[in-house]
Design a protein around this ligand. Structure first.
Ligand SMILES: [Zn+2]
Length: 131
């Protein structure tokens, strides 16, 4: 059986990311803030981020290694090869579900983005374009 390949689109340059050239990542500092209660709903509701309509929770971002900001931040990476096909995407999702911080991230948007792009692309950008 030939597995259909998913394209992963870089959120910075909007070009496809080949195996070994990039990853999906979430900033663990944001996850920890949420976890420790620093980002409780009362304060985030009035934050500049929420006023500007940006997501306030930890967000998964796809980047080429060359496009990723090298800010020294602590991030959890998922190499694009691990979401390259639907079976791998599901396996990776199952593995991530064992992490206690995972439900606080927007992985659901990653899955919805992949499904909404005709099942051929992993891209948050496609989700935004569709709406
Ligand atoms: Zn890029």
């Amino acid at each position: 059986m030939t597995e259909e390949k998913l394209e992963v689109i870089c959120d910075a340059c909007r070009r496809p990311i080949e195996d070994g050239e990039g990853f999906l990542y979430v900033e663990l500092a944001k996850v920890r803030d949420l976890w420790s209660g620093k980002a409780d709903p009362d304060t985030t509701a009035l934050s500049l981020e929420s006023l500007m309509g940006r997501p306030v929770g930890p967000t998964w971002i796809a980047h080429h290694m060359a496009c990723a900001p090298d800010d020294g931040g602590d991030a959890y990476d998922v190499p694009v090869a691990q979401v390259r096909t639907w079976p791998r995407l599901v396996t990776t999702t199952a593995r991530l579900m064992s992490k206690n911080w995972f439900p606080h991230t927007d992985w659901n948007a990653v899955l919805e983005g992949a499904a909404s792009a005709g099942g051929r692309r992993v891209s948050r950008t496609s989700l935004r374009e569709a709406s």
